[in-house]
Design a protein around this ligand. Sequence first.
Ligand code: ATP
Ligand code: MG
Length: 414
Amino acid sequence: MRLTNLFTKTSKTAPADEVAKNAQLLIRAGFIHKEMAGVYTYLPLGKIVLDKIINIIREEMNAVGGSEISLTALQQKDVWEATGRWDDKVMDVWFKTRLASGSELGLAPTHEEPLTQLMKSHIQSYKDLPVYPYQFQIKFRNELRSKSGLMRGREFWMKDLYSFSRTQAEHDAFYEKITAAYLRVYDRLGLGEWTYKTFASGGSFAPYSHEFQTLSPVGEDKIYIHEGKRIAINEEVYNDEVLADLGIARDELKEAMAVEVGNIFTLGTKFSEPLGLTFTDEDGSVKPVIMGSYGIGPSRVMGLIAEHFADDKGLVWPESVAPAKVYLVRIGDQAAITHADELYGELGEKNIETLYDDRDVRPGQKFADSELFGIPYRVTVSDRLLASNQYELTVRKTGETSLLTREQLLAKLS
Ligand code: ATP
Ligand code: MG
């Protein structure tokens, strides 16, 4: 992408009412735009990052047998009344509205009810199971406080997968499989080192649910981590009984603040029973389907990555989610333009994603923007360097700089 085609502007300051570091930086870099508290627009570079995060999750969900769908945001009341969750006292984050005719609608904060209802048209026999539909969708939640930028939106992206199984054993096997898939997702996002599978409250169908918690000083959750076992316990279930159950002593644990980047949950028949999602088993008996739900917040993950890796110069993206691998800076006149254009073409042919700073602005601004954007590698083409046949390569994360020939540069970036 050429920067002259990018309509967004960088800025030295963020909106005065924005208190979260992730949003401040992403707004200054022109990756997102703040519409109101907890509501953000994704601009071109931000959209690329969000899509890369989504795509990593998509690949891992497909690898465990997921089938991607897209459910509706508009929800009718009846299906939620069947489970009791239309009530604002039960589900306190609803945004509700009305049709012109007067009937009530809601904007989906999650999708257990409509999907369970929908699957009644597709699941009848044991032969139809197990299945794992999932989606990426904007969820709406009227969160009381929304001061953490992308990490707690009132409108935000969620990946939600739902499992439909015949037996508890079949459910448990999938639950283990998707746990491993989640850990792969966080590894690929560059967060593995700081992310723990965390025991949390389970509801009525399992002793625990599991959260994936990433250590962060701005996290809202208190967890107790066991470094040796790479697991943690959420404060909400931190007690002697749970410690005994997990075979852990209190003094082996370290208290830390963390951000919930994912959540997996055994639902049992909580939704299938009230909504009548049943199947006929091999022996002819009719049984409710065993369900589970599995969420990840791509928006929250993007905010967390932005905040976690940033330094005093700006964003620092892990390569797997960066908007491009290379930021190509051009300084100088005709020779620099010709060489930079050529190099841009060559990087393109090698499928090395490049942001080409072909703008007519001061070098200082190009360097400052390249640092604010957080692109992993910066390549500088200048008249001065060309005189000695050299290109400058700077690694964003370490600041390490080297002078290379064109061949060395291309070998290094390939
Ligand atoms: P929290 O405890 O943080 O309020 P939750 O337990 O209500 O979240 P789930 O309903 O399990 O969240 O949603 C699945 C995932 O969606 C969460 O693990 C999180 O990553 C993300 N998520 C939830 N709420 C938000 C939000 N308001 N903004 C951004 N991401 C969110
Ligand atoms: Mg939670």
